[in-house]
Design a binder for this molecule. Structure first.
Ligand SMILES: Nc1ncnc2c1ncn2[C@@H]1O[C@H](COP(=O)(O)OP(=O)(O)OP(=O)(O)O)[C@@H](O)[C@H]1O
Ligand SMILES: O=P(O)(O)OC[C@H]1O[C@H](OP(=O)(O)OP(=O)(O)O)[C@H](O)[C@@H]1O
Ligand SMILES: [Mg+2]
Length: 281
């Protein structure tokens, strides 16, 4: 039985459960449940704080986990990324009152408040910057105003929280994070892990691509195929109408309207877009 850790609450929790459902796994229906057994797929899910997930996976007590890259780095656990999951994007950045620091090196000697002491200490050590890390649980943007720290290091999404605290970004992002599937660093590959990875990859592809179908005159096929090369190659089927063919190809969802316009321009007709529910490439 594969044992998988899933965020129990916070920003990553609903997206992680939705992705696993799309991949065909059973998920809890009551958010007070701590575990959920999916007997049909031989997997048990454990709902844990995202911050703790790398610890359980790194120790080998659970086989896989979904957490944020920043939380994985912060934990220092012996776990590694298997797959990036395409949700929960964020940057991890330094910020300080205006005029306090132009670059991150200017933070030498400063007290830096953060809920991610592992990320910040490692960054300072790697950069040879001597600064004091003040560990807080959250709402770290308040720490400067209250005099506990001179600067902060935190997750920044829209930057609204920083602005409200009168802080400005310092330097480039320390880390770009998103949700990741993790496993113990030296764990041997096995069938059940490969299966869940393949299913999640299928969800990622199904979300990123649509299936485009259209009819085009056979003499325009080469030109049309350049617009819709598909993943391997487009599928071409004969049409009853002499000199015409039907084409099917996967197209990136983000590009589909531009591609449809271009296809119409060259003479393609009956251009249809379908969602992909699931796939194995
Ligand atoms: N706007 C955001 N604020 C906080 N974390 C975010 C944001 N966007 C993405 N994340 C990611 O979510 C993970 C943190 O999740 P976590 O559940 O610990 O915090 P949270 O969603 O802020 O909940 P809480 O503050 O209640 O603990 C990190 O990997 C972080 O990069
Ligand atoms: O750039 P923004 O869009 O403002 O988002 C970033 C803020 O959101 C998170 O805080 P959260 O609400 O999770 O509170 P916390 O600090 O107590 O975790 C994070 O810690 C930042 O404070
Ligand atoms: Mg938070």
């Amino acid at each position: 039985m594969l044992r998988v850790a899933i965020p129990n609450k916070g920003g990553l929790a609903p997206a992680a459960a939705a992705m696993l459902r799309e991949a065909g796994y059973r998920q809890r229906t009551d958010d007070k449940d701590l575990t959920c057994l999916d007997a049909a797929n031989d997997v048990e899910f454990f709902y844990l704080r995202p911050r703790d997930i790398a610890t359980y996976v790194g120790s080998g007590d659970l086989d896989l986990g979904v957490t944020g890259r920043d939380l994985l780095v912060d934990s220092g656990a012996a776990a590694e990324e298997v797959l990036t999951l395409g949700f929960g994007p964020s940057t991890f950045r330094f910020a300080a009152p205006p005029g306090r620091a132009r670059t991150i090196a200017d933070l030498a000697g400063a007290r830096v408040a953060t809920a991610y002491p592992g990320v910040v200490s490692k960054f300072f050590a790697d950069q040879g910057i001597d600064a004091t890390v003040v560990r807080l649980d959250g709402a770290v943007e308040n720490a400067v105003g209250l005099g506990v720290a001179d600067a902060i290091a935190d997750v920044v999404d829209t930057g609204t929280t920083l602005r409200r605290a009168g802080l400005e970004l310092v330097g480039e992002p320390v880390l770009r994070s998103e949700a990741v599937l993790i496993r113990r660093a030296d764990a041997p590959a096995n069938g059940p892990v490969t299966q869940i990875v393949r299913r999640l990859q299928g969800v990622l592809v199904a979300r990123r691509y649509v299936m485009l179908a259209y009819d085009v005159r056979a003499d325009l096929l080469e030109e049309a195929s350049k617009l819709t090369p598909g993943i391997e190659s487009p599928t071409i089927s004969p049409l009853h109408r002499e000199g015409w063919v039907a084409v099917q190809a996967m197209v990136a969802r983000a590009d589909v309207h531009r591609v449809m316009d271009d296809l119409y321009e060259i003479g393609a007709r009956a251009i249809l877009v379908n969602d992909i529910l699931a796939c194995r490439l």
